[in-house]
Ligand binder design. Sequence first.
Ligand code: PMP
Length: 434
Amino acid sequence: EIDEQTPDKLMQRRANLLGPSLSVSYKKKLKMVSGKGVHLYDHAGRAFVDGVNNITHIGHCHPHLVEAISRQAGILNTNTRYLSELVLDYAERITSKMPDQLSVAYFVNSGTEANELALRIARQATGQKDTIVLDWAYHGNSQGTVDVSPYKFKRKGGFPQPDFTHIAEFPDPFRGPYRYGDNDAGAKYAEDVKRRIEEIKSKTGNGAAAFIAESISGVGGQVAYPEGYFKAVYEAVRAEGGVCIADEVQCGFGRVGEHFWAYELQDVVPDIVVMGKPIGNGHPLAAVVTTKELADKFNTGMEYFNSFGGNPVSMAVGMAVMDVIENEGLQAHAKELGNYILGRWHEIKDKYDLVGDVRGHGLFLGMELVEDEQLTPATEKAGAIVNAMRERSILLSTDGPLDNVLKFKPPMVFSRENADFMCDQLDEVISTFS
Ligand code: PMP
């Protein structure tokens, strides 16, 4: 017997037991009870195609991962003050995916913690605190990371911009001042970072501790930056002694298809790379990878200890995720399927004025909805479309500062059939709002 009141009852219990600043997806709430591959199943046994799971990279409950985590949990889990090959093998595995100079790994438990550590390393190494961030960036939920997250502190319930945080113009080639077709857009947006560096210099006499940015923006609305942007920014930041941090929490691990890391789209090598979400496929695992030089500067004599970071079970999980990415060719799949979906989305864009832009790389795509040629954001319609898609058993979300971008970021095992189903349904749903 299925109780259709289950979600309401759980919402009532949450109201008493959990903090009210937590949120739950969808107008009509969902209680998921199991997952397999691209599918999630609710309490009534209904199957949903997961089109936007920020975390589940290799698919829900992948058997290889389930086996690896169970096996290691039955052998040993302990903190990392004992020797183990597992942490070393995994550090080798991750760093082998990066340029030679990015050779030292730290393992932590969330993207927040990883960004915290990245900022600490940069600030320790430079002796500076001032940090340049992109407008609308999000880097985590701790005080230190919210301080560099305009996505949080500038919005409702936020707080004044900290004096050590400097916000650079968001390099959005659809909505920003320099748009598609402007071959110098990357360099022009980078000029604003140079202005922020000058601002910091006039205040402190020195350059920034760090420039931190997602390599392709998820929270900003699935925005890929214009060519040459990071190149110009990194050069300017480094010229004044600053450290360049790439937040790959959303976009790393082959998701963008053409490359394993999204920073490669911009043809740069960061000084620190931060990874999270997909790295553990839902298990709390995150990492910071940096250069030997920065790691040595961070080694002040104060120990860095992390109770769970790098524990044997987490390392087994990380290994299993990498096995599946490689064995199932998920990066190449992301590239091919992403291009196919973008093609279908372009056809949808051609049919409906509501669709202002379709963009992204691999299985990291966005569709921006606008009311008119002035690009008035179709925020309500975007929300309504996500809810209508849910009724048709496809899970999507909205993102971006104006909440008018449909976000598509599915488990990487999303199939061509899943893609056609999603595109057919999206076409029909959008037609009802146009
Ligand atoms: N960086 C980015 C770009 C993110 O999207 C997130 C999570 N939404 C984080 C950092 C923080 O990661 P976590 O929630 O694992 O702390």
